[in-house]
Design a protein around this ligand. Structure first.
Ligand code: ADP
Length: 471
């Protein structure tokens, strides 16, 4: 899992925040509930105390104390209801005190009377053995005849504690589950929401200067991602236009240069052929003709490259690469013989690829021409065509000057020449290998070079074989 991904970081933040909020909520609920239950208990005790005073104690001089005691026992039944009840006379003697409750939770005799004289209603918490606490409401009461009484009525806190602790426990157990569920759900939602980002990334990786007409997927959700892919698409469109303009420019420029160059060459040749042209001028014309030749080659190559760049649909004929390579090397034998280079060709039959015969021929010509050009007299050039499961492999190996290791990564770049001085005298333009690479790419293949400086080079072209099932 990538911990730096937006998905992970957002989920972690979300989980952290949710955790803190839920813990705060649980604590707040616990406090509020405990206070509410305590208040309710207090109110109920207070009401029972004032009822006792108002109905039983108010006329105690007429009804008699025994009547009051009997009534308390009957109506309040403190032992059964787990209550503590004590009525104390003004002189401090006890009129009534409840017995040990059935639950045996506390002993009423152990509950001390308030030390100070109580003048108004109050409540207190009485701690007893075994972590047991009672909430005791104390109410001073004056009967009609002026006799004073102190009514104490208490109930255990335990119920409140049980309820609030139960709530705390339930929330404590439920909390991790709730967080885990929210995190899991959040992670999945985030994955769904960010899925288009992966698609945009994959499409963006596929787009190169060769396929600028492709566009990124736009999911019509109206969100930021839609706006992002629309903006990126607009940028790709502007790039495409700029590329088209520059392609058109070099295509137009090289096209425009062709005619004046061939006129120039024609006129120079006519001048050189004239018998009265002095020999020194003839020599100058010769070298001007060589330069014109080079310029023509450059323009031809530039034109070829810009056409390849502009081409969106490649011709799709079946080409037997073995046969094409054999015929092309045959045609180039003379060139090799001129330099006393042995040019050998070894191809396997039925190596069919799909594409343009003329373009593939250009690949062979450029590679073999280079091999001959950069191999000194007496050297060897070997051309082979083999195949593996799904690829046709063309290899051109020479025993020539080789390519320095630092130049190897650049030789397929436009106008790159490993040794400018040397290649210029050999008539190089620095565009031959770029053309080879563009043609290979357009055919769904690739080209690689390996070389040992001073010992020779090997160029390897891999092209997809025609699938026999599609015949
Ligand atoms: P050029 O027209 O200069 O040959 P290329 O694009 O065909 O241009 O090749 C680029 C450079 O790669 C050449 O200038 C040369 O330095 C080097 N190169 C290409 N093929 C070979 C080879 N077979 N042996 C040695 N160097 C080579």
């Amino acid at each position: 899992m990538n911990t730096r991904s937006i998905r992970f970081r957002l989920t972690a933040w979300y989980a952290g925040l949710l955790g803190v909020l839920l813990v705060l909520f649980t604590l707040a609920t616990y406090v509020v509930l405990e206070r509410y239950l305590t208040k309710t208990l207090k109110d109920s005790l207070s009401k029972q105390a004032s009822d006792l005073g108002d109905t039983l104690l108010v006329n105690v001089n007429q009804s008699g104390e025994q009547y009051v005691i009997d009534e308390i026992k009957e109506h309040y039944a403190p032992e059964t209801n787990d209550l503590f009840l004590r009525v104390t006379r003004g002189d401090g003697s006890v009129l009534y005190i409840s017995g040990t409750p059935r639950s045996k939770n506390f002993d009423p005799a152990k509950i001390a009377t308030p030390i100070r004289t109580v003048t108004q209603e109050s409540s207190r918490e009485v701690e007893l053995d075994g972590d047991f606490a009672l909430l005791v409401e104390t109410l001073p009461f004056v009967a009609h005849d002026g006799n004073r009484f102190l009514i104490e009525i208490g109930a255990p806190y335990r119920e409140i504690e049980d309820v609030s602790q139960g709530l705390l426990l339930a929330l404590g157990v439920a909390l991790p589950f709730a967080i885990a569920l929210a995190v899991g759900g959040g992670y999945l939602l985030m994955r769904r929401a960010l899925k288009p980002v992966d698609e945009i990334r994959r499409s963006a990786e596929r787009i190169t200067s060769q396929n600028l007409s492709e566009r990124l997927p736009v999911v019509r959700t109206g969100d930021e991602l839609e706006r992002l892919s629309t903006s990126l698409n607009q940028m790709i469109m502007r790039l495409e236009k700029a590329f088209q303009q520059s392609n058109r420019f070099s295509a137009d420029a090289s096209h425009e240069l062709r005619t004046p160059l061939s006129i120039l060459r024609g006129e120079l040749e006519t001048l050189a052929r004239k018998p009265d042209t002095p020999s020194d001028i003839r020599e100058t014309i010769g070298s001007a003709l060589e330069e014109t030749e080079r310029l023509t080659k450059i323009t031809e190559n530039l034109l070829a490259l810009s056409r390849l760049d502009a081409e969106t649909q490649l011709e799709q004929t079946r080409v037997d690469l073995g046969e094409l390579v054999t015929t092309t090397t045959d045609q180039m034998k003379l060139l090799a013989e001129d330099k006393k280079i042995s040019l050998r060709c070894n191809t396997s039959m039925h190596t069919e690829v799909k594409g343009s015969r003329a373009r593939l021929k250009q690949v062979v010509v450029n590679l073999v021409d280079n091999a001959i050009k950069y191999t000194p007299e007496g050297g060897e050039v070997q051309v082979t065509v083999t195949k593996n499961d799904d690829q046709a492999i063309l290899e051109v190996t020479d025993t020539g000057v080789g390519i320095p290791a630092e130049s190897l990564p650049q030789i397929f770049e436009r106008f790159y020449r490993a040794d400018r001085a040397r290649t210029r005298t050999l008539g190089g333009t620095g565009l031959g290998l770029s053309i080879v690479k563009s043609i290979c790419k357009a055919h769904g293949g690739n080209v690689k070079a390996e070389s040992i400086d001073g010992r020779g080079s090997r160029f390897r072209v891999e092209l997809p074989l025609v699938n026999d099932d599609s015949r």
